[in-house]
Design a protein around this ligand. Structure first.
Ligand code: IMP
Length: 193
């Protein structure tokens, strides 16, 4: 089975991605690859951050690997928190504080439309390929649910009747931005000779 290092230690993301790839690839998170360091996300776009992460891992290991960078873009906030989603309320990253800041920023705003976006950067045999996925939806008025991670308790994807935080991984994967980007990567990998 082909092994791919996944440049993250976020166990929710690893679980989502393993579930989406349904055992077709062996996914190795950084902790299992023996890489114990935070990889910087210094850029202003998701694509540049994703590229940076996969290049760093490739430089360290020489192995096939991929990384993803995701963000929540809220229309009424001009696309914020966007690339700064993880650190919206400051460092260190605190999901509860981020959600509180978001709900506060949207107080009294009727347009709740938003989208999650993911860019994946895959390095295969030394060459980089990128894939994108997005999930449109809306921001709730209050926190609803305690599953998932990040902004899951305040985001209802289009076509659903509940927040990501009230879904199982399989249910979330029917809508998820990361899942769409992964599907694009998977079709590419499966289509390779
Ligand atoms: P990262 O830099 O790709 O880890 O993602 C940035 C931030 O976006 C995360 O820390 C979360 O706050 C948020 N985020 C990304 N994907 C999701 C998701 O599927 N649900 C909720 N929040 C997410």
């Amino acid at each position: 089975m082909t092994s791919l290092i996944f440049a993250t230690n976020n166990k929710h993301k690893v679980e989502e991605i393993r579930s989406a790839l349904a055992g077709r690839f062996r996914i190795i998170p950084l902790s299992e690859a023996g890489i114990d360091r935070d990889i910087p996300e210094p850029h202003d776009t998701l694509g540049e951050n994703a590229s940076e992460k996969s290049s760093v891992i490739h430089a360290l290991t020489g192995a096939d690997c991929f990384s993803e960078d995701s963000g929540l873009e809220v229309n009424a906030l001009g696309g914020a928190p966007g690339v700064r989603s993880a650190r919206y309320a400051g460092e260190p990253s605190d999901a509860g504080a981020n959600i509180r800041k978001l709900l506060h920023a949207m107080d009294g705003i009727d347009d709740r439309s938003a989208r999650f976006r993911t860019i994946i950067s895959l390095i295969l045999e030394g060459k980089e390929y990128t894939f994108e996925g997005e999930c449109p939806g809306k921001i709730t008025l209050d926190i609803d649910g305690d599953g998932g991670f990040g902004y899951d308790p305040v985001f209802i994807p289009e076509g659903a009747d509940r927040t990501f935080a009230r879904m199982t991984i399989d249910q979330k994967n029917r809508f998820s931005h990361r899942r769409k980007a992964l599907d694009a990567m998977l079709s590419f990998l499966l289509g390779k000779p």
